[in-house]
Structure formats: C-alpha cells, structure tokens
Design a protein around this ligand. Structure first.
Ligand code: NDP
Length: 247
C-alpha cells in the first residue's frame, strides 16, 4: 500500500488509525488525513510535523460542493499516482431516540454525514482508486490495489436490531451498508474491494467510557484486517477483527 486517505482524523478512531499507521512496518508513503479544523487538530499536527508521510487536508464533509477541488488536492499530493485505500471514517451519532422523539432534521443530518458524504466522496475519488488498482494489476485485489472501507456499525445491521430506536444513526448506517454492497458489485472487475466495517464498541467521544474496547485495540485489529483483505471480502460487512457480520 502506497497511499491511504482517512476522514475524521482529529480524534477517535481516525486519529488512532493515523498514529498506528505511521509506526506500522509497512507504513504507507502517503497518509492523507482529513479534518474540519486543522488549526485545532493538535495531535495530528504534531504527527505531521514529525512524519513527512502524513498530509493534513481540510474538509467539512457536509460541503458536497468541495469534493471536486478536494479530489484535485489529493491527486496533487499523490503526484499523479492513484489512491490505494479510502477509509470513510467520519461519522456522527445522536443520542438515543425513540419514535416519538425522532426529528426529521436529525435524520437529514445523519444521512448527509453518514451516508451521502461517504458515497459522494467515494465517487469523487474513484478515478484515483481505479488508477491505483489498474497500475498494480499484477497483484490480486488487496490494499496494494484498491480498497474502500465504509466505517459502519453493528447498529446499522437490520438483522441484529433487537433493541430498536436510534433512528438517525441506525438508518443512515444501514443505508451506508446498502451503498457498500452496490459499490462492491461495481468495482469488482477493477480489482477493488469495498467493505463495511464495524470497529467494535470503542471508547471514544462517540462510544463513551463504558465501551469495552480501547481505541488502540480496535484500531490495531482494524489495521490487521485491512492488510489481510482479499477478493472474497468484497461487498461484505465485517468487524474490526475480520469476523463476518449479518446485514
Ligand atoms: P468520534 O465522535 O470520536 O469522531 C468522529 C469524527 O468524525 C471526528 O473526527 C469528527 O470531526 C468527524 N466528523 C463528524 N462530522 C464531520 C463532518 N461533517 N465533516 C468532517 N468530519 C466530521 O467517533 P469515533 O472515532 O468513535 O467513530 C468513527 C467512526 O466509527 C464513525 O463513523 C462511527 O459511526 C463509527 N463507529 C464508532 C463506534 C464506537 O463505539 N466508537 C461503534 C461503531 C461505529 P470533528 O472533531 O470536527 O467533529
């Protein structure tokens, strides 16, 4: 893997992915990390200062009109080469909502950030991902070619939903899962893998302090799983440690 782009890197799982990839034995020469406010991303800035392969890109993913210019910036950083891996990590989660409390505005915001943004960003970056996959056509589908990871959640699994509620989060992640499957079908012949990935219930601002997994453990598993991806994973829903999940 020469290049990876991860969204939502100023805290939580996104920041930890950058931290661990920098020290990985196969650290990619290009780690592109997006944030909304670079000036406030202190830890990420420190990492970028010490590691020249870390590039910080500013984008608010709600601003869909910015994606074209963003993909040009990515292409410039990569110096004409393609992008191997896209991790659509940024996401939002409202507090617990029951049917009598759910608001249309909440649903719209969750669909924008959790579903529309990852799908449209994948669309905008697809020429670069296809370029990377095509220029490494001698190797089987893997991170050395092209991979799209949509950070989903077990809460987006319709089959596993026994507790209800959480309409904005659940429905936006279920829709993201549907998008993953469609992307997988469309990119299969290009040697690209698209998956939905549940990171586990993780101690971050979103996961809260009762979560059983530390962010270090979840991300260590995610990176192992990422490097082990092969053609059979395309279009699948898996968790941090590679285990299959029901849709
Ligand atoms: P955090 O709440 O800790 O971090 C969320 C990240 O997303 C932040 O970097 C945030 O940036 C970014 N983000 C949110 N909205 C936007 C936006 N409009 N534009 C750009 N960036 C944005 O979450 P986690 O790290 O815990 O979660 C990462 C992913 O994993 C999410 O997709 C989440 O749904 C998923 N997940 C997490 C679980 C958990 O237990 N933690 C469980 C299952 C799934 P900013 O700081 O600027 O707000």
């Amino acid at each position: 893997m020469k290049s990876i782009l991860i969204t939502g890197c100023n805290r939580g799982i996104g920041l930890e992915l950058v931290k661990q990839l920098v020290f990985h034995k196969n650290a990619p020469p290009f780690i592109l990390a997006t944030v909304r406010q670079p000036e406030k991303a202190k830890e990420l800035n420190d990492l970028a200062q010490k590691n020249r392969n870390v590039h910080i890109l500013k984008i608010d993913l709600k601003d869909l009109n910015a994606y074209k210019e963003f993909s040009n910036d990515v292409s410039n950083i990569l110096g004409g080469e393609g992008l191997n891996v896209l991790i659509n990590n940024a996401g939002i989660s409202a507090k617990f909502t029951r049917l009598n409390l759910v608001k249309a505005e909440q649903l719209q915001e969750h669909f924008l950030v959790n579903t529309i943004a990852p799908l449209m960003l994948t669309k905008a970056l697809m020429p670069l991902i296809k370029k990377a996959a095509a220029s490494n056509s001698s190797v089987p589908p893997s991170v050395s070619r092209g991979v799209i990871v949509n950070m989903s959640s077990i809460l987006g699994s319709i089959a596993s939903n026994t507790t209800g509620g959480l309409y904005p989060y659940r429905t936006s992640k279920s829709a993201l899962n549907a998008a993953t499957r469609s992307i997988g079908v469309e990119v299969k012949d290009d040697g690209i893998i698209a998956i939905s990935l549940h990171p586990g219930w993780v101690k971050t601002d979103m996961g809260g302090s009762n979560a059983p997994l530390t962010v270090e453990q979840s991300v260590s598993d995610i990176i192992k799983t990422l490097f082990s991806l092969e053609a059979k994973h395309n279009g699948q829903f898996i968790q941090h440690d590679g285990k299959d999940l029901p849709w």
